[in-house]
Design a protein around this ligand. Structure first.
Ligand code: PMM
Length: 260
């Protein structure tokens, strides 16, 4: 899954048209690099990030989804708003990636059920604004698994079919660096949930901490290492990454090791 962020901090100035064109070109380049799915998002979920109004989020993502729907790969919409999910699916998206696991918008569960598309339920402790203040767990793996089990139950109660649900441990979302490593090491314990697992380690701060690489764009090799490890363990089904070519090679390495 290649990441296409349409946020002001991802693409420098220029008009909205230029911004959409840049995002579309970037998405096409990710497909060229081997992405099998593109995740389009218009709201930054970075720690401390402010919320974006629905109208603004729509203005950012819809032209990009329309521009990418002929790219030959399915499009995912990274949003926690039912209104944005609806418009995105009408524009051509076929998966809703909700980092709040249906808790950000009370209408999201029923909306996804009505749209009939699959949904990725990600774990987060707190909200993007507060999540890194003091993440706390007794047993992080058990607690994330339990919270995701509840999220799956919530999704089913809203009418979403069980075979349309994916789960994600939410690396970096209300977790210390140690929590992230523990989740990566024991990711296989999420298999008990019976849902495909999405993993988003790409360029995140816990990789900067061990490599000394301060700039996120310098963390592609470290990201690929996490992808190779999870692929060798067979513990993730979808890798959400910015650097697709490196991640593909890492998947190939992990898979070869797993099947040797
Ligand atoms: N991470 C980010 C945004 N969306 N969605 C899922 N399912 N999993 C993630 O780990 C995830 C996500 C933050 O990363 P970005 O700001 O670099 O896109």
């Amino acid at each position: 899954m290649g990441v296409v962020n349409v946020t002001p901090d991802s693409f420098s100035d220029g008009g909205r048209y230029l911004q959409a064109q840049a995002a579309i070109a970037h998405g096409l380049a990710l497909v060229q690099a081997g992405a099998e799915l593109l995740d389009v998002g218009g709201e930054s979920t970075r720690s401390g990030a402010a919320a974006v109004a629905p109208d603004e989020e729509l203005r950012r993502v819809i032209p990009v989804i329309e521009g990418l729907k002929g790219a030959g790969v399915p499009i995912s919409i990274d949003t926690s708003k039912a209104q944005v999910a609806t418009a995105a699916v009408e524009a051509g998206a076929v998966l809703v990636n909700d980092v709040t696991a249906l808790q950000g918008d009370p209408a999201m569960g029923e909306t996804v059920a009505r749209l009939g598309v699959p949904v990725c339920l990600m774990h987060m402790q707190g909200t993007p604004r507060t999540m890194q203040a003091q993440p706390r767990y007794g047993d992080v793996v058990a607690e994330v698994r339990a919270a995701l089990a509840q999220a799956v139950a919530r999704a089913k109660a809203a009418g979403i079919a069980g075979d349309r649900i994916l789960v994600d441990p939410g690396i970096g979302f209300g977790k210390t660096f140690e929590h992230n490593w523990a989740l990566l090491k024991h990711l296989g314990r999420l298999r008990e949930l019976g849902a495909p697992i999405v993993l988003g380690t790409s360029r995140k701060a816990f990789l900067g901490a061990i490599t000394g690489r301060e700039k996120p764009e310098d963390r592609a090799v470290a990201t690929a290492a996490t992808v190779a490890v999870a692929a060798s363990q067979g513990t993730a089904d979808v890798f959400r990454v910015h650097d697709v070519a490196a991640a593909r090679d890492a998947v190939a390495v992990g898979h070869a090791l797993r099947t040797a």
